[in-house]
Design a protein around this ligand. Structure first.
Ligand code: PBG
Length: 333
């Protein structure tokens, strides 16, 4: 649909911009706390809050502090919290067995939140990188990231997360066939209500740097992820990935990173009309936060504008490290 416009001066497009009231009446998109998913980092210990140097204002939290954070998020009306573990290097192995340990950090945090803050949805991450000695999302055999063996391990990891009570499972690994394999295994195990939010169009991006610091994978990572994550030059391929994942049983699909890929968000939403999410990743957070702290931009306004853009691009929700700040701002606090 193309809006039609009369010639000047019948049409003066500034008329509706003249006051807060007319601007509010003609605003096309809204950002609300319902749209927010808050990614958080979990670490071992008691009462630990450890700031991540490349992400000012973002912390690694011990499980007790994660529960506190979840309670605060629920009070603010945030829909979901998404857990990422910082795994002790001594637990990283070539077989990544910690990934499906029922007592691993992610599963312990999930159980604690579900028990104490039942109102917030818990999302978890499926991928081997936090547990892998070489920092890759899959098993490495003779220098190659092997697909099918990795999918078998990811299924075990997803099942352990569903057992722990995860509401939404987010496979971020970019292996082929994982959504179908996880969906079959979840159905078979009776976990028929667990949602799969597929990181369907996940690009091999330089914007993940601070996240890899946060989960302790930066030092471990050998090489890059371009044999499984997507080439930033492609967008038709993103549509194929999304279609494939929807056909395999994904309930929700994601584009990641966010702001540099708004065109992909729009194409995905227009093509499939499925619940579509963007991940405003760690590097995007760091840029906005860092420039704001330096006084180079108005950090708060840039934060709100960046999130509104995702809604305008057709996203139903956003994973963002700004979630609590945004929620407070939306409430006028
Ligand atoms: C890895 C994973 C990454 C992120 C989420 N899950 C990094 C990567 O692919 O190396 C990045 C999130 C962010 O940068 O905020 N499974």
């Amino acid at each position: 649909m193309r809006p039609t416009t009369a010639p000047f001066p019948a049409a003066r497009l500034r008329r509706v911009r003249q006051s807060p009231a007319t601007r509010a009446l003609t605003r096309e998109t809204q950002l609300s706390v319902d749209d927010l998913i808050w990614p958080v980092f979990v670490r071992d210990g008691d009462n630990v809050l450890e700031e991540i140097p490349s992400m000012p204002g973002v912390f690694r939290r011990s499980v007790d502090r994660i529960v506190e954070a979840a309670a605060e998020a629920a009070d603010l009306g945030i829909s979901a919290i998404c857990l990422f573990p910082y795994t002790d290097p001594s637990l990283k192995t070539a077989d990544c067995a910690e990934a499906w340990n029922p007592e691993n950090l992610s599963n312990r945090a999930t159980r604690a939140i579900k028990a104490q803050v039942p109102g917030i949805a818990v999302m978890t991450d499926v991928a081997l990188d936090p547990y892998n000695i070489n920092g890759h999302d899959g098993f490495v055999v003779d220098g190659e990231i092997v697909n099918d063996e990795t999918v078998a391990a990811l299924v075990k990891q997803a099942l352990s997360q569903a057992e722990a009570g995860a509401d939404i499972i987010g496979p971020s690994d970019m292996m082929d066939g994982r959504i179908g394999a996880m969906r079959d295994a979840l159905e078979e195990a009776g976990h028929t209500k667990v949602c799969l939010m597929s990181y369907s169009a996940k690009y091999a991006s330089a914007f993940y740097g601070p996240f890899r610091d946060a989960v302790g994978a930066s030092g471990a990572l050998k090489g890059d992820k371009s044999t499984y994550q997507m080439d930033p030059a492609n967008s038709d391929e993103a549509l194929r990935c999304v279609e494939r994942d929807l056909m395999e049983g994904a309930d929700m699909v994601m584009v990641k990173p966010g702001m540099p890929y708004l065109d992909v968000c729009r194409r995905v939403k227009d093509t499939f009309g499925a619940p579509t999410y963007a991940y405003q990743v760690s590097g995007e957070y760091a840029m906005i936060k860092g420039a704001g702290l330096n006084g180079w931009i108005d950090g708060e306004k840039a934060m709100m504008e960046s999130l509104m853009c995702f809604k305008r691009a057709g996203c139903d929700g956003i994973l963002t490290y700004f979630a609590p700040d945004v929620a407070r701002r939306l409430r006028g606090q």
